[in-house]
Design a protein around this ligand. Structure first.
Ligand SMILES: Nc1c(NC[C@H](O)[C@H](O)[C@H](O)CO)[nH]c(=O)[nH]c1=O
Ligand SMILES: CC(=O)[C@@H](O)COP(=O)(O)O
Length: 167
């Protein structure tokens, strides 16, 4: 289905866990910062809206999205951090450079997530142009930063339910 005129950030928020004692790290790429700042704002505000305490949200900037994997690992290996959100925007260039970055980060954050047994959320936009990026960072298609935050919260909730034998 085409994403034309569709808000891609529509998600259910029923049954979200209490996150008032959970700690989140958000890694933000400086490349295309006019977009990544909007993703960060969306993620941060969504965490606050659903109960996270400002003191329990830490942020680290990286130069580009390729570096999100490393920063995610540094955060994930900390025992006090429950989930990591990696935010970036990799815009299609003239060469395949963007593909290498995108695949590396997708695989990288997956590896970190599995290695440290905690959610590491892939909040990286992979648009063809700046318009597509802005559409997904508070524009007509919602804000993927919001979505990344909700995903982190839901995964913390699921992890708790599985660990407690509730499922
Ligand atoms: N072109 C984009 C980049 N490129 C930079 C790389 O992410 C990386 O910093 C460099 O290759 C050094 O390791 N990064 C983005 O986040 N977005 C881009 O559009
Ligand atoms: C995705 C990028 O890193 C970007 O700077 C590469 O652009 P190009 O493919 O035109 O070299």
């Amino acid at each position: 289905m085409s994403s034309a005129d569709k808000n891609l950030s529509v998600f259910t928020t029923e049954g979200l866990p209490d996150i008032s004692n959970k700690k989140f790290a958000i890694a933000v790429a400086e490349w295309n910062s006019e977009v990544t700042e909007k993703l960060f704002e969306g993620a941060y505000q969504t965490l606050i809206t659903y109960g996270a305490l400002p003191a329990n949200i830490v942020r680290g900037n990286v130069p580009g999205s390729f570096e999100l994997t490393m920063a995610s690992q540094w955060f994930a290996q900390r025992a006090d951090i429950d989930a990591v959100i990696a935010l970036g925007v990799v815009i299609q260039g003239e060469t395949k450079h963007n593909d290498y970055i995108n695949h590396a980060v997708a695989q990288g954050v997956t590896n970190v997530s599995l290695k440290y047994d905690k959610p590491v959320i892939f909040g990286v936009l992979t648009p063809n142009n700046m318009e597509q990026a802005l559409d997904r960072a508070g524009g007509v298609h919602g804000n993927k930063g919001d979505e990344a935050a909700i995903t982190a919260i839901k995964m913390i909730g699921l992890k708790g339910q599985v660990a407690n034998g509730q499922l």
